[in-house]
Design a protein around this ligand. Structure first.
Ligand code: HXC
Length: 537
């Protein structure tokens, strides 16, 4: 590994400072760097089911666009025999390149070198490339595959993790930050990806835990399987720490490229705009538009797939979902309307009737804040029976945690458009992008039911005595329910007051949404100065 200097001497002509000797020295150091990626190390990495850092960079970036930084950096540690192994690059590859022609900065931890563990120089390299990303306003992508803090370097390694987290926080909302988890990530190291905008995990090879299985067993005596403790399924479907589960590394990098295509490079620039898909016109009503007219079932409690509404409205029916396995009762994702990126938030009646629970509230709140930070309009589709009522949800903090969703909508200053397709009951009406939270354009289908609660509950509260006194209580209940539905479960009470701007035919949705987003393109909101708000965390 230290052969760089020796190679320089060999090639020298004996005169110190000779140009040929100096050029040869660089060539020698580069050769030593290249030799580090030996076939044996690569084979060991492949045997673990993982790609190497450089193979990963090739999957992410446009071919030939990568420019490496600090490839000759080496650690300065002299304890625990470390002076004998001073690999070039110090176990992390950093640099910049392009994704679909747009600049990104990245760092890729190289597990084949000292287990990708983070020491002083490793840390310095990452901070440097992050500072570059922040100064130049481009996204930063981290490729994580590491044993964590380099044990031999002690507190210095810990200090650099904290410094790294500080950079993530400075960059938050200024440049997009995406973390790919393609190996282990243990201990406090998990808080680096956790603070970034999106975390992508890969089946079989990704693990994130604050306490690994060995430490857990040593401390508590509890034996827990590595996947159960911090595997990709757990973090995607249950903990919510990860936003996308890729079946393999290629798919993970494809996902990151797709997400980047929807985001601006920084909070002062615009997301890429694409031409209208061929054959698409705002005025022409398509078959997919017409199909919306018959989508809502006659039976009020029968589910239907909200994805069909979203697909009909967005370009090419394409949505890049965020958190698809977590809280499936709400759908969040990036899409385009007439070539412009938007963030879609939609209740999904197919899961839990689309009711809002803690996970759905937190998922949507974080997504709305991501869109707001990067100036993507928020397009909301509503069919919500309200907040989920259960003792468990109350105990787990649906008040504190559900409040995040209200806060996120109220705080957002981007253009916002809401379409109510069916139920908008109680708190659900208020929370899901209602006019009262600051949403700009609110549309409702004739099938919208905007009321304090559904007929069953309402009649039980306001007509309890009449029903008890009736000769046929069941028939009386049904009669009163029908009267309530006729009078109150419609969009017209809201339309009369301007709480919805229009009641539209379902087949008009795409055109109305596109025209609203067009009209809102120049939206500007000024806020009173303050240090920051205090979102209920
Ligand atoms: C130095 C390390 C290392 C570390 C791994 N290696 N972790 N070297 N510091 N933290 C080295 C190993 O010695 C080995 O070197 C090589 O990397 C590959 O490791 P293996 O154990 O052979 O690989 P594998 O079986 O795949 O297991 C990977 C692993 C395990 C699960 C990550 O290595 C492990 O448990 N490491 C420790 C994880 C940890 O607790 N880290 C500290 C987290 S705390 P050779 O030479 O044999 O190839 C933290 C603080 C953050 O990060 C603070 C934030 C504020």
């Amino acid at each position: 590994m230290d052969s760089g200097d020796a190679a320089g001497d060999r090639a020298g002509d004996g005169e110190s400072g000779g140009t040929a000797r100096r050029l040869a020295e660089l060539a020698g150091r580069r050769a030593a760097l290249a030799a580090q990626s030996s076939p044996e190390r690569t084979a060991r990495q492949h045997a673990r089911g993982k790609l190497t850092a450089r193979e990963r960079i090739d999957l992410l970036l446009d071919p030939g666009s990568f420019v490496e930084l600090d490839e000759l950096a080496r650690h300065r540690c002299t304890s625990f025999g470390m002076e004998g192994q001073r690999p070039y690059g110090d176990g992390v590859v950093t640099g910049y390149g392009t994704v679909d022609g747009r600049r990104v900065c990245l760092y890729a931890q190289d597990f084949t070198v000292l287990g990708g563990s983070l020491g002083e120089v490793f840390g310095e390299k990452i901070l440097k490339v992050m500072d570059l990303a922040l100064r130049t306003g481009c996204p930063v992508i981290s490729i994580n595959d590491s044993g964590g803090a380099r044990i031999q370097e002690g507190v210095v390694a810990l200090a650099y993790y904290a410094e790294l987290v500080r950079r993530h926080v400075s960059a938050s909302g200024v440049i997009p930050q995406i973390s790919l988890m393609v190996g282990p990530c243990a201990g406090g190291a998990v808080y680096s990806p956790a603070i970034t905008d999106l975390v992508v995990m890969v089946e079989d090879i990704s693990h994130m835990f604050v306490t690994g299985p060995d430490v857990l067993r040593a401390v508590t005596g509890e034996a827990v399987d590595r996947d159960a403790l911090g595997g990709p399924q757990l973090h995607n479907a249950t903990s919510g720490a990860a936003h996308y589960l890729a079946p393999d590394e290629k798919d993970a990098f494809d996902y990151v490229r797709a997400v980047l295509g929807h985001l601006p490079s920084n909070n002062m620039s615009e997301a890429p705009v694409y031409p209208l898909p061929p054959g698409r016109s705002r005025d022409e009503v398509t078959e997919a538009d017409r199909a919306l007219d018959t989508l809502i079932p006659d039976r009020r409690n029968q589910p239907y797939d909200m994805a069909r509404v979203v697909n009909a409205v967005v370009d090419d029916g394409e949505i890049v979902e965020v958190h698809p396995l977590f809280a499936p009762n709400i759908v969040c994702g990036f899409a385009r309307v007439e070539g412009h990126s938007v963030g879609v938030v939609a209740n999904q009646p197919m899961h839990g009737a689309g009711a809002l629970d803690i996970d759905a509230s937190e998922k949507a709140a974080r997504f709305i804040r991501l869109c707001d930070a990067f100036d993507l309009p928020v397009l909301t589709f509503v069919d919500v029976p309200g907040f989920l009522t259960s003792l468990e949800q109350e105990r787990d903090g649906i008040i504190r945690r559900g409040a995040k969703l209200l806060y996120a909508y109220c705080e957002a200053t981007v253009p916002m458009v809401t379409v109510i397709t069916r139920k908008a009951y109680g708190g659900g009406y208020g929370v899901m992008g209602s006019k009262h939270l600051g949403v700009d354009v609110n549309l409702a289908w004739p099938t919208a039911e905007i009321a304090v609660m559904g007929a069953e509950g309402a009649v039980g509260v306001i007509h309890r005595r009449e029903i008890e006194r009736a000769e046929d209580p069941a028939a009386e209940r049904e009669r009163l329910k029908a009267a309530y539905e006729e009078e109150l479960c419609t969009p017209y009470g809201a339309a009369e007051r301007g709480y919805v701007d229009a009641v539209i035919m379902p087949h008009e949705t795409r055109a109305r949404v596109a025209s609203a987003l067009d009209a809102l393109r120049t939206k500007r909101v000024e806020r009173l100065p303050r240090k920051h708000g205090n979102i209920p965390l």
